[in-house]
Design a binder for this molecule. Structure first.
Ligand SMILES: Nc1ncnc2c1ncn2[C@@H]1O[C@H](COP(=O)(O)OP(=O)(O)OP(=O)(O)O)[C@@H](O)[C@H]1O
Ligand SMILES: [Mg+2]
Length: 248
């Protein structure tokens, strides 16, 4: 098998006396969608925040394409092609879709002190990305007028801009309508087809069984299962989440 895009080796994280993540090893390959499941407080968000550079692991190592990865800040993760879509999305409501896609990495034209923002190029590029994502979101629309699903498309478009290798998503479908969920799942499929490795944190079993290629279950900070989606079932995963099934 090709070298993993990302390899976590015995990663742990504690906050004072709280052991949020204990000794988790995990590998992630291009074009995989790993459904990361577990009860509230199981350590899912903490795990992806270490990959995104928000938290430093207390123990263990991370390898990006075989090379040790040490992150001090989220911007460093981004520079390595690791993007995270947070549950609250952190979009600017009063800006357009395009402005949100380019936030912090705006395109400019001209030279020296005369460099100005190149809105035309940003609208064009954002429009291309929405088209690639088969999303109906329009580059010039204001985010405050958008549905939850369209906001997800904007957040995902941000990750496409940087040609991410890894996209981490923390509950992208938790607070949106059924129709919007279908749209977001399509976006995830689009990322997968482009060879991006996706980690999808979700409490929604149908979503995970719809788009994930693998499922990882965490319980009380530990990884208790890591299986191809075809080798497990919603019943087994539920048992693993609740602890009715110890470990597989
Ligand atoms: N910044 C922090 N400081 C202290 N404790 C934290 C911090 N972040 C998370 N924790 C603790 O770490 C544990 C794991 O939390 P985490 O947010 O990773 O869980 P989760 O699996 O994402 O849960 P949920 O499904 O509710 O989002 C919890 O006990 C939580 O209270
Ligand atoms: Mg969480």
């Amino acid at each position: 098998m090709a070298v993993a895009v990302l390899e976590l080796a015995n990663i742990s994280k504690h906050f004072g006396a709280i052991q949020a993540v204990s000794d988790v090893s995990l590998s992630l390959h291009a074009g995989e969608v790993v459904g990361l499941m577990g009860d509230n407080g199981a350590g899912k968000s903490t795990l992806v925040k270490m990959i995104a550079g928000n938290f430093r692991p207390s123990h263990g190592k991370m390898l990006l394409e075989g090379t040790e990865l040490v992150l001090h800040r989220p911007v460093e993760a981004r520079q390595h092609g690791i993007e995270i879509v947070y549950q609250d999305l952190a979009l600017c409501d009063n800006l357009t879709a395009a402005a949100n896609v380019f936030l912090g990495r705006e395109l400019r034209r001209g030279v020296g002190p005369l460099r100005i923002l190149d809105y035309k190029a940003m609208y064009r590029r954002a429009g291309e990305i929405f088209k690639e994502l088969k999303s109906e979101t329009r580059a010039r629309d204001l985010v405050k007028q958008m549905s939850g699903g369209q906001r997800q498309a904007v957040a995902i478009a941000r990750t496409m801009l940087s040609e991410a290798k890894i996209v981490l998503m923390d509950e992208p479908t938790a607070a949106i309508s059924v129709r919007q969920v279908a749209e977001v799942l399509n976006l995830i499929r689009e990322l997968r087809e482009r060879g991006i490795a996706v980690v999808l944190i979700s409490h929604r079993m149908p979503d995970v069984f719809d788009v994930a290629t693998r499922v990882v279950v965490m319980r009380r900070g530990r990884k208790v299962a890591d299986k191809p989606i075809a080798a497990t079932s919603p019943e087994e995963v539920t048992g693993l989440i609740t602890g009715a099934i110890e470990q597989v």
